[in-house]
Design a protein around this ligand. Structure first.
Ligand SMILES: *[C@@H]1O[C@H](CO)[C@@H](O)[C@H](O)[C@H]1NC(C)=O
Ligand SMILES: *[C@@H]1O[C@H](CO)[C@@H](O)[C@H](O)[C@H]1NC(C)=O
Ligand SMILES: *[C@@H]1O[C@H](CO)[C@@H](O)[C@H](O)[C@H]1NC(C)=O
Ligand SMILES: *[C@@H]1O[C@H](CO)[C@@H](O)[C@H](O)[C@H]1NC(C)=O
Ligand SMILES: *[C@@H]1O[C@H](CO)[C@@H](O)[C@H](O)[C@H]1NC(C)=O
Length: 768
């Protein structure tokens, strides 16, 4: 992100070399810090990007429903003064957000008539008699400076080819004829500016070109929800457009054949000394976007770069074209990239477009006539304050020319427009809309988005594609708590509660491993329990409690098996599978976890080609100390516990504490803790959490790139340190033992992978 000052041309340090003789005079100039005196804002606060040094941006913040007035930001100049300078007679304050004037409705009335409308003000709309209303008849002014709902339109059925396109709040329209090829033009009144399509044309199919524009104030932002809906529907069109559907309902003929190629170019502005956190947010957002796109059937090629005055390339689209890299490479490269030690001064947005144009030219050269089948989607994140390289507009014109194949007007040009989309996410406290908006391109949905910060972008992208479309993916989950009651379900969509009620009650946890099977511990059941005694609770919106058809316990499980060897309760092979009567309804809140040795898990681990169980195990248990997680149910919620599996040569030292458990009299820990167990607990080198009785049967899991893989299940421990309502930490000698799922694959496979039955869809297990 960049600063106002650069853009206004006050400071041009990149031209020092050109102005060599002046180095001395600049050097002699004393840099003076700005002061904070008189910079307060009534009702709000401010932050500084570089303390009080020159070049620091002072950003005002106000509570929701207010905006900073008279300015949004100020910049510290090299002579120690703020620009624009604060004015005594116009003190900086937080002002109530206003919405654009709704009194633009034609052929109807607006109530109440007011000169200005503020946040929370409500308006109602009614049409003159003989006119009918489309859109919202009641709207509320929202904290982001927009009206809720949609533009009310009063119209009479006049038999025109297109329907009256209406007038958005705060706008004026010229053009009142709605026949084929008639045009309407919009402008915004006062200090509002227009976002979206300025001119719309009535088409033969009865639709207007483009999308309804809106009038924004400088303080109008798109909420994450608005962005996710608008961008989501636009990009979805692109991602599914490759299917040869004849979508005549929408009046849009899709001309691309299925074998067309999609190229996606992403650029993220990292100029100025942006905080590391901000940068991480941007990276996460891009990673989420890519992983979301990958859930569609298209496989795009990617060009991804970060930029300031320089370009930092993450992946080149040419490597994709050559088949040298895949999506997993992109994710790895993205992960690896650090902003440290890079020059982030200056911003050259033109260089970004030039780089994209260059790559397109090479693609064109290499693909020849097939280039006309390539669609290009450019996605840029910036505040638009470029101070080097000049305006990107001419380069964007060249990009258009290339993709439009030199057609500038007429039917041909129009049909080519579908092959290029340029989306701009304007992000920052001070945005250069006038420079940025003209750089967008594309038909259909919204292409320009205004956002205050990048913080919510990951979630925004995460919401874009509804999870129905990515049903097959085990372990997919949200990595952060979202707002709302089912937020924990979205983090752990595979969790299941199990209650066995038969001469007493036993509570366990379990994990959904297919839409019909729940994995849990064998010791949750005892001899004589029947399916009707078992309640499985998974809230999939179709009734919380699931009917159980049957359950199967590992044939080798025998709790009394080593009584005469000094082990009163022997938990080897402590696994069971519960088969539900019906499939659960898969959604973002209900989805199976990945389990070892399945093809899906290899995909989740991004193992390419034919993979083996061993490779999965090696990837999941890389170190002798592997951090794992499991869940515990509290009275009101579900919490995550962390523990470290002690593997390799430190395992023996971990399991010897098994001898401290009640009922163990042998002096060989390996009698009780066979090789089938993982051992966690203790305080060295990390203080682990310890399991409680109700945690039994729950998944012990590891996350890998937004996917969860269950590696074990909670079985038993040597001590009960649990108290009500707190998550117990291990003491020096407390230990938990978990069944390692890699050791019980034959059992899992015999049931879940059984393909000679037709009761349920089998899981695909690996051959080796
Ligand atoms: C600082 O520089 C600006 C513009 O160059 C000028 O308008 C202003 O008067 C200067 N202030 C001082 C205190 O010199
Ligand atoms: C509109 O909002 C302002 C500011 O909150 C308030 O003073 C006014 O009463 C509201 N008008 C109506 C009609 O609700
Ligand atoms: C795409 O498919 C069409 C029809 O199946 C075929 O004629 C054309 O050559 C294909 N184009 C490419 C780039 O493969
Ligand atoms: C488009 O115009 C450029 C420059 O005039 C020319 O080099 C190129 O061959 C043209 N491309 C097509 C597809 O006509
Ligand atoms: C698979 O299912 C069939 C049909 O229910 C059953 O006869 C068979 O024993 C099962 N196979 C295994 C390995 O359990």
């Amino acid at each position: 992100m960049n600063s106002l000052w650069f853009n206004m041309g006050f400071f041009v340090h990149w031209s020092w070399l050109a102005a060599l003789p002046c180095i001395l005079c600049l050097g002699a100039e004393v840099q003076v810090d700005c002061t904070e005196e008189g910079m307060q804002i009534q009702g709000g606060h401010y932050t500084l990007t570089k303390q009080l040094q020159s070049g620091s941006l002072l950003v005002y913040h106000c509570p929701e429903g207010y905006y900073p007035f008279p300015v949004l930001t100020r910049l510290c100049g090299s002579n120690g003064t703020w620009r624009p300078a604060p004015k005594k007679f116009k003190p900086q304050r937080c002002r109530l957000v206003e919405c654009p004037d709704p009194n633009v409705l034609e052929d109807g009335n607006v109530f109440p008539p007011q000169e200005k409308y503020f946040v929370d003000n409500e308006t109602t709309y009614e049409c003159y008699s003989g006119y009918t209303m489309r859109g919202s008849n009641r709207r509320v002014c929202l904290p982001n400076g927009k009206w809720s709902g949609s533009t009310p339109i009063c119209s009479r059925d006049s038999g025109d080819n297109c329907a009256d396109p209406g007038i958005p709040a705060g706008a004026s329209r010229t053009g009142h004829l709605f026949e084929i090829d008639d045009k309407v033009k919009y402008s915004c009144n006062g200090d509002l500016f227009l976002v979206g399509t300025r001119e719309r044309v009535c088409q033969e199919n009865g639709q207007w070109t483009g999308k309804e524009p809106a009038c924004y104030y400088k303080h109008t932002y798109d909420t994450p929800l608005e962005v996710s809906e608008a961008f989501g529907s636009a990009i979805k069109d692109t991602l599914t457009i490759l299917e040869p559907i004849d979508d005549t309902q929408e009046g849009r003929k899709i001309r691309i054949s299925k074998n067309g190629t999609l190229n996606i170019y992403i650029a993220v502005d990292i100029s100025e000394s942006i905080e590391e956190k901000h940068f991480t947010d941007a990276k996460d957002a891009v990673a989420t976007l890519i992983s979301k796109i990958s859930s569609f059937s298209v496989t795009p090629n990617y060009q991804i770069l970060f930029f300031s005055a320089d370009i930092f390339e993450i992946v080149s689209i040419l490597d994709f074209l050559d088949g040298q890299i895949t999506l997993s490479t992109v994710q790895k490269e993205l992960e690896k990239f650090k902003v440290l030690d890079r020059n982030t001064a200056g911003t050259d947005l033109n260089l970004v477009f030039k780089t994209f144009l260059e790559r397109m030219a090479i693609i064109k050269q290499r693909t020849g006539a097939d280039f006309k089948e390539h669609r290009h989607v450019l996605i840029i994140f910036t505040d638009g304050a470029y101070n080097m390289g000049g305006s990107p507009a001419p380069t964007v014109a060249k990009i258009k020319n290339m993709v439009y194949m030199n057609h500038t007007s007429g039917q041909e040009a129009q049909s080519r427009e579908e092959f290029l989309d340029i989306y701009i996410f304007a992000i920052g406290a001070e945005l250069f809309d006038d420079d940025l908006q003209p750089l967008t391109a594309g038909t259909g949905g919204q292409h320009y988005f205004r956002m205050k910060d990048i913080k919510n972008l990951q979630e925004t992208f995460d919401e874009i594609i509804d999870e129905e479309e990515v049903k097959g993916l085990c372990g997919l989950h949200k990595d952060y708590p979202t707002i709302g009651k089912d937020s924990k379900r979205k983090m752990y969509p595979w969790m299941a509660y199990i209650v066995v009620q038969n001469e007493g009650t036993k509570k366990c946890l379990g994990s959904l491993v297919t839409p019909k099977f729940v994995l849990t511990a064998a010791h949750c059941f005892k001899f004589g329990d029947l399916p009707e005694h078992v309640m499985v609770e998974i809230d999939d919106g179709q009734g919380k409690v699931k009917k159980v058809k049957t359950f199967k316990i590992h044939p080798n499980y025998n709790i009394n098996g080593k009584q005469n060897e000094g082990v009163k309760e022997f938990y080897d092979y402590d696994v069971a599978l519960i088969q539900l009567e019906n499939d659960v309804q898969i959604s973002s809140a209900v989805r199976p976890i990945c389990i070892p040795c399945t093809q899906e898990t290899s995909d989740a681990l991004q193992l390419v080609g034919e993979s083996t169980c061993k490779e999965q195990e090696q990837r999941l248990f890389k170190d002798h100390l592997e951090k794992l997680h499991f869940l515990t149910k509290t009275r009101t919620s579900i919490e995550e516990k962390d523990a470290h599996a002690k593997l390799g040569d430190i395992r023996d030292n971990c399991i010897r504490h098994a001898l401290e458990a009640n009922g163990i009299t042998t002096d060989n820990p390996k009698v009780a803790v066979t090789d089938n167990f993982l051992c966690t607990g203790g305080r060295n080198p990390y203080r682990d959490h310890i399991a409680c009785p109700g945690d039994s049967g729950g998944a012990v899991f590891k996350n890998y790139e937004h996917r969860t893989i269950q590696v074990a299940l909670v079985s038993w421990g040597n001590k009960n340190l649990c108290k009500k309502e707190s998550i117990p930490e291990s003491d020096e000698t407390s230990r938990d033992f978990h069944i390692n799922l890699f050791r019980v694959v034959p059992f899992l496979k015999s049931i879940l992978g059984n393909d000679t039955q037709d009761d349920y869809a089998p899981l695909q297990f690996l051959k080796n």
